[in-house]
Ligand binder design. Structure first.
Ligand code: NI
Length: 255
């Protein structure tokens, strides 16, 4: 079974066929999905999806690019959701310096606030980090809830940064980029990281793997990522599916 540890099925890209698509996932070998909130609105929609589909779990949180208008009361709202049965993580949260806005100080502030929230409610974190490795590591190292752990989703940094994340106990989220021909740095990370610290993800509708690169992504394509990881590791795809299935369950505390 495949575990898609990071998806955005609330996205409008699925408005035309969401129910049809989600209704097929299990027979296609996708046993569980975590739908990840990126804004207050998508967090609300994530909860609706978890109520509708028994195999969909939810993460609640606000993405760094969406944090400009956040207020303290919004964090309290997120906190009130954390006790729901199918809410399994705080995320996605983090730093995205690819875009200039919102500025780094604001991103750091809400990243730290949501890490604190995760510590309070004892849920793992889903970290989004782009072009900001050093600040991300500094903030995670200072985080008091570090033993709760989490995942660095869509991991995009070097092997050296991977080692630091692994040393802190984080899983690495590996998605469609691992199938791209020019993704040498990520392939090195996949070769380097122990299989029991890797989880598979689509980040759909984004980042479709080869041979669908540039198209709308969905969990139906996650098998291509499993295949790429298996090839890099020199093991069977079934083994990758089994191990990453268990990793996903361990990451999100599903028994
Ligand atoms: Ni995402």
């Amino acid at each position: 079974m495949l575990f898609d540890t990071h998806a955005h099925y609330d996205d409008e890209a699925f408005d035309g066929d969401r129910d049809g698509l989600l209704g097929h996932l299990q027979e296609a070998g996708v046993g569980a999905v975590v739908n990840v909130g990126a804004s207050l609105l998508s967090t609300r929609r994530t909860l609706e999806l978890t109520e509708r589909y028994h195999f969909i779990y939810g993460a609640v949180g606000v993405h760094p690019s969406e944090c400009r208008d956040l207020k303290e009361e919004d964090i309290r709202w997120l906190q009130s959701l954390a006790s729901k049965d199918k809410v399994v993580a705080i995320g996605e949260i983090g730093l995205d310096y690819h875009w200039e806005e919102p500025g780094a100080p604001l991103q750091k502030k809400w990243f730290a606030h949501q890490l604190e929230l995760a510590e309070q409610v004892r849920l793992p974190v889903i970290v989004h980090s782009r072009d900001g490795a050093k600040d991300t590591l500094d903030i995670l190292k200072a985080w008091k809830g570090r033993e709760i752990g989490g995942v660095i989703h869509c991991f995009s940094y070097s092997r050296e940064i991977a080692r630091e994340c692994l040393d802190m106990g984080f899983y690495l989220g590996i998605g469609g980029v691992a199938t791209f021909k020019n993704a040498r740095r990520l392939k090195e990370v996949v070769e380097y990281a122990p299989l029991d610290r890797i989880v598979l993800e689509t980040d759909c509708p984004y980042l479709a793997p080869e041979p669908y690169r540039g198209k709308r992504n969905s969990s139906l394509y996650l098998s291509y990522v499993a295949e790429a990881v298996a090839a890099l590791k020199g093991v069977d795809r079934e083994l990758v599916e089994d191990v990453t299935w268990n990793n996903g369950r361990a990451l999100y505390g599903l028994s």
